[in-house]
Design a protein around this ligand. Structure first.
Ligand code: SAH
Length: 376
């Protein structure tokens, strides 16, 4: 367990997960197939099986000669994620999955089915090095970075369950989204501390089928504790993904303790970087703010937050207060509902669009900050 405030940026060196076609660009896939002594068009066939048909069983790849199927599948589509268990709640509309990776590291993802959309919350690291004291993932420290394909495969798995009708409502229930439409990098890990793999995953998720899953960039949200250099790098990519910033306090004194990385990049720095993201992309930034009783929920902090946001312009940001979810060993609880209401009203009075996040999965430890992948 990391010491209070201790930060881990560099992931421990570990054996790499097996290479998978989702790690590779379409060109790299063709090169890899050539190296196996196969015809380059097989790369497109395998991509179609994986991204378009969501197939995971080589036996179904009947357009690939049986003689090469096993070898092609083994070297291009190795299994990466083994489900350890599923926990469903919200009448089966929310499913948390604990996955075992090739090296026995465990991670979690959460699929949430809503009217008209389905959101997959994915992990980008096994554990997390950012050590935020109110987050269960942060308490266990960082095990390792996930590969691009390990990240993408969580989404492909969710898409497959929906297509096969494994979630409540069946595949065709018109009241609920029937395909994964949104992906949020809000599971375990700090996505911007695993920048290359996460960017690769964004590309695979948004490249048109069969090169990728064909989601829209706007439906992808990357959430960060505020690693300013990586935020600027993301700004320079020219993508239109949504950026979410886990702020949790508008003043450095408190944020230093709630989000320890604040000792490196302070409130003013991260808000400036968020504003630069908006200016370059036109995408409204989300500010995440877990409301913790008597810690960060005072009306004056709402006012200070409103002032700091408006100081940088209007219409560029919205705030998502999240009632704190309980985590093991933490003495903190969610704010009193009246205090929460006042906090929201104060922000709105500053003209800041503010919506309290609907938290799904609390009773299965699948809500924000509760993912710890304890498999025992
Ligand atoms: N490391 C990234 C991605 C994780 S997103 C980040 O921090 O942004 C998970 C979101 O849930 C973050 O906004 C995080 O601060 C918030 N969170 C963590 N613990 C929480 C808890 N106990 N209750 C509510 N939200 C929490």
């Amino acid at each position: 367990m990391p010491a209070v405030g201790e930060l881990t940026f560099a992931a421990p060196r570990r054996a790499k997960p097996p290479r998978h076609l989702a790690d590779l660009t379409p060109e790299e896939r063709r090169d890899a197939i050539l190296e196996l002594g196969e015809k380059p068009f097989r790369a497109n066939q395998l991509s179609t099986h994986y991204f378009t048909h969501l197939v995971d069983d080589p036996a179904e790849m009947t357009d690939v000669p049986a003689a090469s199927r096993a070898e092609l599948a083994a070297s291009m589509l190795p299994p990466l994620l083994t489900p350890v268990r599923h926990l469903d709640c919200d009448d089966g509309m929310t499913r948390k999955t604990v996955w075992r990776l090739f090296d026995n590291a465990t991670v979690e993802s959460v699929l949430m089915r809503y009217p008209g959309r389905v959101t997959m919350c994915v992990s980008s690291q096994a554990g997390c090095g950012m050590n935020c004291p109110f987050c269960a993932t942060g308490q266990a420290g960082l095990t390792r970075n996930m590969s691009t394909a390990e990240i993408v495969d969580q989404v492909v798995a969710g898409a497959r369950w929906l297509r096969r009708g494994e979630l409540a409502g069946g595949p065709e229930d018109p009241r609920y989204g029937s395909r994964v439409s949104n992906v949020v990098f809000m599971g375990m890990g700090e996505p911007l501390a695993n920048y290359r793999a996460v960017l690769g995953a964004v590309r695979r998720l948004t490249d048109p089928t069969p090169d990728g899953l064909g989601l829209s960039q706007r439906s992808i949200t990357v959430s960060t504790v505020g690693l300013v250099p990586a935020m600027d790098k993301l700004t320079a990519e020219g993508l239109s993904v949504t950026l979410a910033l886990s702020l949790h306090a508008p003043d450095d004194e408190l944020r230093d303790t709630l989000v320890p990385v604040n000792t490196r990049w302070q409130v003013a720095d991260v808000l400036d970087a968020a504003r630069r993201y908006f200016e370059a992309t036109g995408r409204r930034v989300s500010i995440e703010y877990a409301l913790i009783r008597d810690i960060n929920d005072q009306a004056w902090r709402a006012d200070l937050l409103g002032t700091e946001l408006n100081r940088r312009g209007r219409g560029w940001v919205h705030v998502n207060p999240i009632p704190l979810n309980p985590t093991p060993g933490s003495k903190w609880t969610a704010s009193d509902p009246r205090v929460e209401r006042t906090f929201v009203e104060r922000l709105r009075a500053h003209g800041i669009p503010t919506t309290v996040r609907d938290t799904r999965g609390r009773e299965i430890d699948g809500a924000c900050g509760q993912l710890a992948a304890v498999t025992g």
